[in-house]
Ligand binder design. Structure first.
Ligand code: HEC
Length: 165
């Protein structure tokens, strides 16, 4: 222990000196960097609303790719199930939610749209998905915004605007 101690002190001293130097230098750099940094942000303004919606979209896309992509396209082409582009323009959000949660239950309840789809797709069963509320919201947001520009994303509250009667 006695032999290690001097080295230890030396290393400690060296570390303190290095860190002291490191903290003083960036401060100066920061001052210089402040101006260019603000000019970049003002020339390319980022919209906080768009930024957070992009995050929701990406989360929804990840869920879709994991769970739905094997049967559904994100355009209008049918695969094992219907293409889902514009699905929230042709269906109510509550209906889509119920169908994703448990399509068999909806079909069994005699819902005319669900029954017709089931027959049209040769009685292929779509399994149930136990998603939590946040995941469901992201997934629906993703479906609602397929093919839309990021700056034109609409929230689920705005869905009635695009709903086709
Ligand atoms: C095993 C294949 C399969 C998977 C996986 C699947 N689906 Fe389906 N989906 C279908 C089929 C087939 C239909 C047509 C109705 C039926 O046969 O029940 C359908 C219908 C739908 C409909 C109704 C479409 C319309 O035009 O009204 C929606 C919405 C839907 N699926 C969403 C999803 C979502 C979201 C996921 C992922 C969480 C998913 N599906 C995963 C096969 C699948």
């Amino acid at each position: 222990m006695k032999t290690i101690l001097p080295y230890f002190c030396l290393i400690l001293f060296a570390l303190v000196t290095i860190s002291a130097c490191q903290t003083s230098q960036p401060q100066q750099e920061n001052k210089e960097q402040t101006k260019p940094a603000t000019t970049t942000t003002s020339s390319t303004p980022t919209n906080p609303r768009t930024d957070s919606l992009i995050m929701v979209f990406n989360e929804g896309q990840a869920l879709f790719n994991q769970n739905c992509l094997q049967c559904h396209t994100t355009n209008k082409e049918r695969m094992i199930g219907p293409g889902l582009l514009g699905v929230l323009e042709r269906r109510e959000v509550g209906w889509v939610t119920a169908f994703i949660k448990n399509s068999q239950k909806l079909i069994a309840s005699g819902d005319s749209i669900a029954v017709a789809l089931y027959n049209e797709y040769n009685k292929t069963q779509m399994q149930s998905f136990a998603l939590n509320q946040e995941q469901m919201q992201s997934l629906l947001f993703y479906l609602a915004n397929l093919g839309r520009k990021q700056s034109e994303y609409i929230t689920l509250d705005e869905l009635p605007k695009i709903k086709k009667k």
